[in-house]
Every structure is written in structure tokens, then in C-alpha cells.
Design a protein around this ligand. Sequence first.
Ligand SMILES: Nc1nc2c([nH]c(=O)n2[C@H]2C[C@H](O)[C@@H](COP(=O)(O)OP(=O)(O)OP(=O)(O)O)O2)c(=O)[nH]1
Ligand SMILES: [Mg+2]
Length: 314
Amino acid sequence: MSESKPVISVVAGALMRADGSFMLGSRPAGKPYAGYWEFPGGKVEPGETPLAALVREFREEMGIEVSHATPWLTRIHHYEHASVHLRFFRIWAWQGTPQPHEGQSFAWQTPGHHSVTPMLPANDPVLRSLQLPDVLQISCVSECGRDHTLEVLAQRDNPGWVMVREPQKSREQLADFVAEVADIVHPRGGKLLVNTDPAWIRGWPVDGLHLSGQRLAALDERPPHLAWVGASAHSSAELARAAALGLDYALLGHVQPTASHPQQATLGWNGFARLLQNEIPLPVFAIGGLQAADLDTARTHGAHGIALMRGAWR
Ligand SMILES: Nc1nc2c([nH]c(=O)n2[C@H]2C[C@H](O)[C@@H](COP(=O)(O)OP(=O)(O)OP(=O)(O)O)O2)c(=O)[nH]1
Ligand SMILES: [Mg+2]
């Protein structure tokens, strides 16, 4: 019975404002899940590319012209009325003001604090992904310096998301450094992840855990009791594993040659984009030899954002 259900190809988009807020719409009367909140969008027509469908849906449903949209996540969800293959985009630039051409309502929402209900059931992980930052900053104190790293963070109004990655440190040294970073990051709204052995971090003041490719391969399930868990991936198989464990994000690289991993092959942007074509349901950060200025290029190739090591501390 479930095999006979049609799979409907759908595109949906988050209009993104510079302050990080995004727009949701309510579903019009007469459709399945009428009154539920969604990212505006709709069905892809035969012969249409996903991007063309997105542009058409935003024009038809609310009279705006999308001028810069980037692919973001893909999810498959099985409803009782249909199975849907959902391609989500983020929309960075458009002309016009949303008009409710179908009698819908619109609401601008803050990541992590969306206030409208009920939400379409497929969308919870997508909304959660909007809390992730544009840039993930990875520590490298042996090269970038402990004092310099802490000073850079202390100077920022919002220190953002920091991943402590110090493989040369003992457990005690790592715990000390994590505590120092937490003292700077947490009071000003930042988040702290640590890249280490899951068994080490019990009681540490961290918001999440980052798994190396090796640790990802060794786990059968998502480490429990952590708000955020991500992993490093270098292949489709590793991305699929991160998705199967229900992780919150993956890092994918190396996009460009990088001094920290000189022996590893690079993907280039085209190789990066190719690995994201296989329906990746989780947000992916590009990593490897990148600068802050590469953010839009990364998004254009399907990334959620970028992860910077040396580039974060210049
Ligand atoms: N637009 C949109 N659809 C979503 C989201 N999440 C989600 O599960 N869906 C599902 C609900 C529907 O089954 C399907 C979208 O179909 P739709 O009926 O809205 O399509 P449409 O706008 O082209 O409508 P129609 O005029 O062809 O009826 O995707 C979302 O965030 N946005
Ligand atoms: Mg629609």
C-alpha cells in the first residue's frame, strides 16, 4: 500500500533577513494540512528545475521575485496523503513584499524561538538547522596561540559558535581549555562544541560534541544527552552515516588544500557540490582552506555555512 503512494517533488524556501530571521507562511484552506505553518513553496512541475519551481511558487503565492536562492537540505517525508521529496532553499535576495495571494498568513520568526503553530510535521529538523551559525570557528592553539584565540573571542559582541579541537592535549589540558573558552563564550550567547572522545566530556560545559570521521564510523547511535552533535565527512558514505545517526550537521572537505591536512585530496567546489546532490537531509559546512569571504560561494554549492580553522583567528 505504502509503495503505491506517489512521491511528490516539492520545493520550499526560507526568506532570510540580514538579522537571521526567516519567514513562514500558513497553508491555505482546502489543502492538506490547511492552517499548518510551512516554508512557502509547492510542487515541482514536469520538466521544471527545482530552482525554477521555487521562483515560480514565490511569484504565484506571494508576488515576489526571488533573485538569489541557494540549495540547502533535502528531506523525504511520508504523509498519509502522499510521500514528499522536499528540497529546501534559503533565499537571500528578492524584490517585492510578500502578498497573501492565496489567503495565507506570513510570520517572521527568530531561529530557535519560532512562535507559530502547528508546524508541518516534516519541518522540525529544518527549523532546528536554522539555529546553526554561518561560520563555525575551530580552535588551533598550537598554531594560532591560546592567548590570541581567547582575545579574539573576548573582543566580539557575540562570539558565535566555537569548536575546540586540540588533539595534542591530554584530557586534563583539554578540560582546562574548554572551561576557559566556555567562560568567554557562554555569557555572551555563544555556543561551544568540542571535538574529542565522547567518553571524556561528561560534566564539561559544552553545548555539543563533534565526531571525527573515525569516531563517526565507530558509533552505532547518536551520543545521548547532547543538544548538538556533528561529524566530519569526506565522502557520500560518511554523510549518509551522519544522517542515519540523526546528527545535526556535518563538515565536508577538504574543499581547498589546507596546511593542517596536506596529504589529503581536495574536493574543489564542484566535488563538494556533487557530494551534496544525493539528498542530504542535514546541513553541511564546507571546510578546508577557506576564508570568511567564501561563505556565499559555499552556499551557492549547497553548504549551510563554512568552518574556519586558521581563517577564524586572523
Ligand atoms: N510548501 C511546503 N510544503 C511542505 C513543507 N513541508 C512539508 O512537509 N511540505 C509538504 C506538504 C505538502 O504535502 C507538499 C507541498 O504541496 P502543496 O500542496 O503545498 O503544493 P502547491 O503549493 O504546489 O499546491 P497546489 O496548488 O499544487 O495544491 O509538501 C514546507 O515547509 N513547505
Ligand atoms: Mg504551496
